[in-house]
Design a protein around this ligand. Structure first.
Ligand code: SF4
Ligand code: SF4
Length: 146
């Protein structure tokens, strides 16, 4: 008989301990977000695919030196530019990044002496199509300014 009541007693203690923990967690602020409706800002060290940096005029900082393309060990970068008549600097006309081959090593960003490349904070990149990972970075920059 004593064992019977003892079992009920300790069972109830265990039940209330469990309920106390549940209640404590219930009133705590949530640590999760409703992705994809809510997203968190990425930390400074996060490396998304590379992105062109723009100047005050909304144009790419790039001077088409080609160092980034040469520094890339995976041959991800294809770029082109023209030198308008009367101008000293080349103007970027194409900057394509093949992100399917990119290892995010950072050689391109490090090799750029003109503050023209950075890592983006982009992480929403799920797709089944390989073509979706070929980025027209100049087009993206122009879209940002539309
Ligand atoms: S290294 Fe910089 S300035 Fe030179 S082509 Fe690449 S992004 Fe442009
Ligand atoms: S991060 Fe590395 S692999 Fe990716 S484009 Fe730059 S140099 Fe190439």
């Amino acid at each position: 008989m004593v064992a019977y009541f003892s079992e009920i007693f300790y069972g109830l203690i265990s039940l209330f301990q469990g309920m106390a923990i549940t209640f404590k967690e219930f009133i705590k602020p949530p640590v999760t977000v409703s992705y994809p409706y809510e997203t968190l800002p990425m930390c400074d060290r996060f490396r998304g695919h590379v992105e062109l940096i723009e100047n005050e005029d909304g144009k790419a900082n790039c001077v088409v030196c080609g160092l980034c393309a040469r520094a890339c060990p995976s041959g991800c970068i294809t770029l082109a530019g023209v030198k308008p008549e009367g101008e000293k600097k080349k103007v970027l006309t194409k900057y394509i990044l093949d992100f399917t081959r990119c290892s995010l090593c950072g050689s391109c960003v490090e090799s750029c002496n003109f503050n023209a490349l950075e890592f983006s904070k982009e992480y929403n990149l799920a797709s089944r199509r390989k073509e979706d990972f070929i980025f027209d970075l100049l087009g993206r920059l122009e879209d940002r300014n539309r």
